[in-house]
Design a protein around this ligand. Structure first.
Ligand code: KG4
Ligand code: ZN
Length: 345
């Protein structure tokens, strides 16, 4: 019997099914010839009550979610498992129990359908989320990748050729958002809430220090300590300080985090003489960062790119697009390969 999806599949089509399960989102996506057909994300709500991701609970939730999420991705794409040409999973970095769920699931599918397997580095995939939209950066480009666990400036000279030219020496930018939110009594993950409250606040009301780190590396731990001491001191004098001034605090903290990020990105662009510049990762969903990045780009005469919202935070679309380029270059993995919690960059 011929299914409706068969009608549109020609011999040259390359269909990839990808899963992403590195942390607390269970994600699956289908891409055909580099175009994303479906991108399903199941966010695990169970962690909210604990103020952070609980690894054991994340693994268990992935086990519950993975079959329905993959089914939904295939269904939305109008693709059957037998039509998939290659299967991809996030190999590293992440929570090992979470990574194992996605890797075992996708390896089983590759084995059952006798199709190639591709392993994808989560941070490389965040960078290549910029190749999903029709308007793509030209190579070489620079990407500021800002997530919950990483802050990097990456020089990307071909889809699978990347070099980290700057990175955080301690906390990631996403952690700076999340830890500030925790100090303010906001639930996890705090980044989107700080973004929301900051919209009504004055970014110049409070001044937080910019770390004096030379070169292209970042540091956010000093800023976190400065915020903690500032809030503790103010609350001692006025117990309702946070409640009375939440939008201004959020806007001022956010402005400082963004200025630290964009100052380093400017220096990296100048040093590498590059005017194709992208942002990526969960923090690139921040509305003020997106606006400030575009303003900076206009000022510096850059061509600027940022992934659509659904491809900023963790998603399998970015894994699928990276796997598509791996497929084109015959970069396949063995069924014996294992995921790794640490970044094997
Ligand atoms: O890339 P991602 O989804 O997961 C990791 O690979 O870590 O990034 C998650 C991070 C969290 O720290 C979250 O607070 C932050 O991205 N984030 C935001 C926003 N949306 C997500 N930070 C600031 N503003 C946002 N709108
Ligand atoms: Zn991520």
């Amino acid at each position: 019997m011929i299914s409706s999806s068969d009608i549109f599949i020609t011999r040259s089509d390359i269909i990839i099914l990808a899963v992403e399960s590195s942390c607390d989102d269970t994600c699956a996506a289908v891409c055909k010839n580099g175009k994303i057909l479906s991108n399903i994300i199941a966010t695990q709500e169970v962690h909210k009550q604990y103020g952070g991701v609980v690894p054991e609970l994340a693994s268990r939730a992935h086990i519950q979610n993975i079959v329905p999420v993959v089914d939904a991705a295939l269904h939305k794409a109008g693709i059957q498992s037998k039509d998939v040409d290659g299967f991809a999973y996030t190999h590293s970095p992440g929570l090992i129990g979470s990574l194992l769920v996605g890797s075992q699931f996708i390896k089983s599918m590759a084995l059952a359908f006798d199709k190639p397997l591709m392993e994808v580095h989560h941070m490389q995939a965040h960078v290549l989320a910029n190749l999903i939209a029709d308007q793509k950066p030209a190579f070489p480009f620079l990407c500021l990748t800002v997530s919950g666990g990483h802050t990097q400036i990456v020089l990307c000279s071909a889809p699978l050729t990347m070099e980290v030219v700057g990175q955080t020496l301690d906390d990631a930018a996403g952690e700076a958002f999340d830890k500030t939110a925790k100090i303010l009594g906001l639930p996890y993950p705090g980044g989107p809430l700080i973004d929301k409250y900051a919209k009504k606040g004055d970014p110049l009301r409070y001044h937080f220090p910019e770390p004096s780190i030379t070169g292209l590396d970042f540091s956010f731990s000093g800023l976190k300590t400065a915020i903690l001491y500032f809030i503790q001191n103010e609350v001692r004098q006025n117990p309702s300080f946070i409640k009375d001034n939440l939008p201004d605090i959020c806007a001022s903290v956010q402005e400082r985090i963004i200025s630290i990020l964009l100052n380093k990105l400017s220096a990296a662009a100048k040093k590498n003489n590059i005017s194709e510049v992208c942002i990526a990762g969960g923090v690139s969903a921040n509305s003020r960062l997106r606006q400030a990045f575009q303003e900076l780009g206009r000022h510096q005469h850059w061509n600027t790119y940022m992934p659509p919202f659904e491809y900023c935070t963790d998603n399998a679309g970015m894994i699928a697009i990276t796997a598509y380029y791996k497929f084109l270059e015959n970069q396949f993995a063995s069924l014996d390969s294992s995921p790794s919690a640490r970044a094997t960059w």
